[in-house]
Design a protein around this ligand. Structure first.
Ligand code: NDP
Length: 399
């Protein structure tokens, strides 16, 4: 049916590649392109022999013209960007220049500024629309499936949604004293930023990790969770009509937070570059280099994740609550694709989003967040491709 150019060869990209190869009727041909060619070749080596034809390429995706040249050579129908958020705009530019659809899993970040906002990418709306091209933004799990869950809740369960709590729990244990589950630079930037939630039409800011609740997660049990800002809050606050409050919560163990506080106190989480012996590097980039590679956590990680959304609102004049979530088992993900659940829960939705575009099920030109698309085929695909969801109308609520 189609050809996908996959940019990046890290933890998430590996899952995307595995999942595309499991669906050769949709992904007839893929090209894996990244900064380090050996990583692309290793993935190809692992997966070739199936029906999906695989090629690889070395690319610096910060350079739009390099991406455009590769698109001209490979002629994909869609570019799946699972490199880093810093590359979003250069890849979007290349897609516009060559007339190809685009999908990513994280909003654009300027390398020197932790902002987590969509403004830069939303500025491309008119250009994509005029070109008849689709750009799907934030199609991992959160953002991603959380947006699809919200579109599903709006369509099937509510006349009006008033409150959303997004709950992201990871009860996996990799046995290291400290490691991040995905790119440490992005992960630590996200956690050490101020918390922020949206209430009654405005943003309320909280000091980092200052709002804590204990929540009894289905299939996981009670966990400490903390209020964070997360990028889907921005788009959902706009796209869910009548919304009065939206918050995002993530679980962290005490051990993880103790390490993080120490690293912060000694200045290791700063993104401000410093010069050492003539080399300029930010402490956070250095920290990334000494921490375990998230891709190496797969075989060590045991336990479950539970990510989902709790909705409060009105249906047929009556108050209603609804909780929809996915539970993923780290060991099962590893057995299937050789990655832990964090990469798995991001890579599977990225593959499904690309599948929606290639099948013509998501066909609205322009730059869109996932909740703006039809949720039903995506919800069905989640059940078929490894991320089955469960729901209840009587959840425990977050106070
Ligand atoms: P990794 O660090 O494991 O992989 C990133 C890959 O991008 C690496 O292969 C890296 O190359 C490559 N890369 C970096 N810079 C460039 C460049 N200039 N040109 C070409 N390739 C480049 O990250 P993850 O796989 O964990 O994460 C991938 C993306 O997924 C990130 O944007 C992350 O924010 C997002 N994410 C989204 C989630 C969601 O639920 N929505 C959850 C988790 C992650 P090299 O190998 O040379 O370093």
């Amino acid at each position: 049916m189609g050809r996908a150019l996959i940019i990046g060869a890290g933890g998430v990209a590996s899952v995307v590649v595995h999942k595309c190869c499991q669906n050769p009727d949709v992904f007839e041909e893929i090209c894996i392109a990244s900064r380090t060619l050996e990583k692309c070749d290793a993935l190809k080596h692992k997966l070739e022999g199936g029906s999906t034809k695989i090629s690889t390429a070395k690319i610096d995706a910060d350079k739009s013209e390099e991406v455009a040249a590769l698109i001209h050579a490979f002629k994909p129908d869609i570019v799946i960007n699972v490199a880093l958020p810093y590359q979003d705009l250069s890849i979007m530019d290349a897609c516009l220049a060559t007339g190809v659809h685009y999908l990513d899993t994280a909003n654009y970040e300027p390398p020197d500024l932790a902002k987590f906002e969509y403004s830069w990418q939303w500025a491309y709306r008119e250009r994509f629309e005029k070109a008849g091209l689709i750009a799907v933004l934030g199609c991992g799990f959160d953002p991603g499936v959380t947006g699809v869950f919200s579109a599903h809740a709006m369509k099937h369960h509510f006349d009006e949604i008033h409150e959303i709590d997004i709950l992201d729990a990871n009860a996996g244990d990799h046995g290291y004293p400290f490691a991040t589950n995905f790119n440490p630079e992005i992960n630590i930037r996200e956690i050490t930023a101020n918390g922020r939630y949206w209430e009654n039409g405005q943003w309320v800011e909280t000091p980092p990790l200052s709002e804590k609740r204990v929540y009894d997660f289905p299939e996981i049990g009670p966990k400490d969770m903390y209020l964070l800002y997360h990028e889907e809050l921005e788009s959902l606050a706009q796209n869910v009509k009548g919304l009065k409050r939206i918050r995002f919560w993530m679980t962290f163990s005490e051990r993880y937070l103790t390490h993080l506080h120490v690293l912060e106190n000694v200045g290791m989480t700063s993104i401000e570059p410093i010069e050492i012996q003539g080399i300029r590097i930010s402490p956070l980039q250095f920290l990334k280099a000494v921490l375990p590679d998230p891709a190496s956590l797969g075989p060590r990680t045991k336990g479950k994740t539970n990510i989902g959304c709790i909705y409060k609102g009105m249906k047929d004049g009556k108050p209603k609550t609804y909780y929809v979530y996915n539970v993923c088992v780290h060991e099962e993900c590893y057995a299937e694709v050789g990655s832990q659940a964090i990469s798995y829960t991001t890579g599977v939705p990225a593959m499904i989003g690309a599948m929606m575009v290639l099948k013509g099920l998501w066909n609205k030109p322009g730059v869109h967040n996932v909740e703006e698309f039809e949720p039903d085929p995506f919800m069905e695909a989640l059940n078929m491709h490894g991320l089955p969801w469960k729901d209840t109308f009587e959840p425990n609520l977050v106070d």
